[in-house]
Design a protein around this ligand. Structure first.
Ligand SMILES: NC(=O)c1ccc[n+]([C@@H]2O[C@H](COP(=O)([O-])OP(=O)(O)OC[C@H]3O[C@@H](n4cnc5c(N)ncnc54)[C@H](O)[C@@H]3O)[C@@H](O)[C@H]2O)c1
Length: 292
């Protein structure tokens, strides 16, 4: 399976940067979005981001110009690509309809991949006639920076597809983490969630306060930031919604959002973006005290 032309669908936070990563690696890339303003915004953001790479000496101006020359945008779907990386809205019905449509447009050998952060490959591959050519390629945010890409095999993903997807990730200069079987959340986010759940259990059990737990994560485990600091940074509501969606699906009390996180969300204390979460922040974003 030779990959030369990549179609990246969805020009939001993830798709725009995934497209740029592919263009830097020498692929001919079409970045597609239904919304032309999203394409304009992605182009402007990528121009700014790549100019700053040149200013910092991370890329040469020639490398950046060559990559932009390989990257095109389109508000209609092209009818040819060797690999599709889908990064559209995180809704199963929308993704299934998108892949079913692509399935009829693109050659039978084209590999279809989803960047979904929660949906397992089988939930999307059952909408198409080539489930053996379907795989998840899960990039991390920001995709231009983060090395890891999870390659998630569904029960019907073919060996050739998994091998081609893994080789593709390596060709991007990224580090593939291959899952032999699908599981919701994949590997990295499951590890993160396990640490987060334990941190909350320790706090709610009255064993240590938020600052002590974060300090242990940084100074004993070498984490760049503690679990509570990270929740404040990414948004307390994001973690809440992820857990709530899982709980709605499984009904398992262990999957339900914790009392502490539920209370913060109900009170509108969503972390740095609202000035208060597990910690309190001033108008410059500096941490000034406890939030709970
Ligand atoms: N944001 C993250 O941190 C992150 C990390 C890893 C994976 N993901 C996954 O990546 C995907 C995209 O997330 P995002 O944060 O970039 O979203 P986003 O909201 O920033 O962008 C989504 C884009 O998809 C477009 N879109 C929606 N439906 C479409 C369709 N049918 N056809 C074409 N374009 C369509 C929208 O116009 C929008 O520009 C999701 O599946 C998400 O789970 C997100």
């Amino acid at each position: 399976m030779s990959i030369e032309r990549v179609l990246v669908a969805g020009a939001g936070a993830m798709g725009s940067q995934i497209a740029m990563v592919c263009a830097f690696a020498g692929y001919h890339v079409t970045l597609h979005d239904l919304d032309p303003t999203a394409l304009d915004a992605a182009t402007a953001a990528l121009r700014e981001r790549t100019s700053s790479m040149v200013a910092k000496g991370r890329r040469t101006a020639e490398e950046v110009d060559a990559a932009h020359a390989r990257l095109h945008t389109a508000s209609t779907l092209p009818d040819d690509a060797d690999l599709v990386i889908e990064a559209i809205v995180e809704r199963l019905d929308v993704k299934r309809a998108f892949f079913a449509d692509l399935d009829t447009r693109l050659p039978a050998e084209t590999i279809l991949a989803s960047n979904s952060s929660s949906l397992v490959p089988s939930s999307m591959a059952s909408a198409i006639r080539r489930p053996d050519r379907f795989v998840n390629l899960h990039f991390f945010n920001p995709a231009l920076v983060m090395p890891c890409v999870e390659v998630v095999r569904g029960p019907e993903t073919g060996d050739a597809t998994a091998a081609a997807a893994t080789a593709f990730v390596e060709s991007l200069g990224k580090v593939p983490v291959v899952l032999a079987r699908e599981i919701p959340g994949f590997v990295a986010n499951r590890l993160l969630n396990a640490v987060r759940d334990e941190a909350i259990a320790l706090y709610e059990g009255g064993y240590a306060d938020v600052d002590a737990i974060d300090t242990a994560a940084r100074t004993a485990l070498g984490y760049p930031m503690g679990p509570f600091e990270l929740m404040d940074l990414t948004g307390v509501d994001i973690g809440y919604l992820t857990k709530k969606a899982r709980f709605d699906e499984t009904g398992d009390p262990a999957d339900a959002p914790s009392a502490t996180v539920s209370r913060l969300v109900a009170d509108g204390h969503l972390g740095r973006k609202t000035g208060r979460g597990f910690y309190l922040y001033d108008s410059t974003g500096a941490r000034v005290g406890k939030g709970i």
